[in-house]
Design a binder for this molecule. Structure first.
Ligand code: BDR
Ligand code: CA
Length: 314
């Protein structure tokens, strides 16, 4: 069983990822923590609480960071991708569930300490909460089983600048601190996530077969699908769910190990630099970074099949 903390900014693909973790028989979802990104943190928290209500999720939801550790705030929220409400403009009702009293980083620390060596931290938004948790309690780095992040563009262009993927661009310093900590990180970046698409027809059919829980996913995904279709994708790109499939089905992914740094300033802000372990550089910033993993390939059809199989499971 995988004990998981899910750090997220729902977010359309975040919602699918949350459903995947909630319904997967090998996942024990311990906590949900929210961060700014696809919308302000008040909105992403409200969305997480709404999804908790809608799907009967037991895990607590704690609100996290509203701003990056350093660098500018978001110039504008991606309403053209995730909707004005961060959830596809579905006009969701006020959630009945209330957030946990603790800030997200404290819930992360408490949950890891309650299950030493067992927790997988899945982060699919800006990594601000993770960096705050590390700064508050550096001991958690040795107590986490693994950290899986959706983020980065290693050998492909970014999606918010030619250099950077959104989650790293939005808080580059936090990402650099997360890759630089002595916990094992796996990055599932745009190199692989762009290959897993779910079409409008597939989601419509899945919702018809599976019922109201998946119909909610279908409804909130409509504008997101249209956004990706306009970019010549066959359907929605399920970035965040790929990171969740890596937790449950790691054999579907190919990884490379490197010393990973994230550029924090200038036009390259949020870009990843992966220094191969067998290359020698003068002592300094590069050789001090720990070896971490990033994904270079995945079996896209098999990942897609795992997601659709789970959506259909009763
Ligand atoms: C990432 O940015 C967000 O829009 C998505 O939810 C995903 O986490 C993709 O770059
Ligand atoms: Ca996300």
């Amino acid at each position: 069983m995988h004990k998981v903390i899910f750090d997220t900014d729902p977010g359309v693909d975040d919602a699918l990822a949350l459903y995947y973790l909630h319904r997967h028989p090998q996942v024990d979802l311990l906590a949900i923590t929210t961060v700014f990104g696809n919308a302000p943190v008040e909105t992403t928290t409200r969305n997480a609480l709404f999804l908790k209500d809608s799907w009967g999720i037991a895990a607590p939801v704690a609100m996290g960071a509203a701003h990056p550790l350093s660098g500018p705030d978001e110039a504008h929220w991606p309403t053209h991708i995730h909707g004005r409400d961060g959830l596809g403009n579905i006009d969701a009702p006020e959630p009945a569930a209330q957030p946990d009293a603790r800030p997200a980083h404290q819930l992360i620390v408490d949950t890891i300490r309650a299950h030493p060596g067992e927790v997988t931290l899945v982060a699919v938004g800006r990594m601000t909460n993770l960096a705050r948790a590390l700064r508050t309690a550096p001991d958690i780095a040795t107590q986490v089983k693994q950290v899986v992040v959706m983020g980065g563009a290693f050998a492909v262009p970014g999606n918010v600048t030619p250099a950077a993927e959104a989650n790293l661009h939005g808080d580059a310093l936090a990402a650099d601190e997360v890759f630089g900590a002595s916990w094992p990180v796996v990055a599932v970046g745009l190199d692989v996530t762009r290959q897993v698409e779910m079409t409008h027809a597939e989601l419509t059919d899945l919702a018809r077969q599976a019922g109201p829980e998946v119909a909610l996913l279908r409804d909130l995904s409509q504008d997101y699908i249209a956004f990706y279709e306009a970019l010549n994708h066959r359907g929605m790109v399920v970035h965040d769910c790929c990171a969740c499939v890596l937790v449950t089905d790691p054999d579907l992914f190919t990884r490379r190990t490197a010393r990973i740094r994230v550029l924090t300033e200038g036009i390259g802000r949020g870009a990843t630099v992966a220094a191969p372990l067998d290359m020698r550089f003068p002592p300094g910033d590069w050789d001090s970074a720990p070896a971490q993993d990033y994904c270079t390939a995945l079996r896209a059809e098999a990942v897609h099949e795992r997601i659709t199989r789970l959506l259909l499971a009763r």
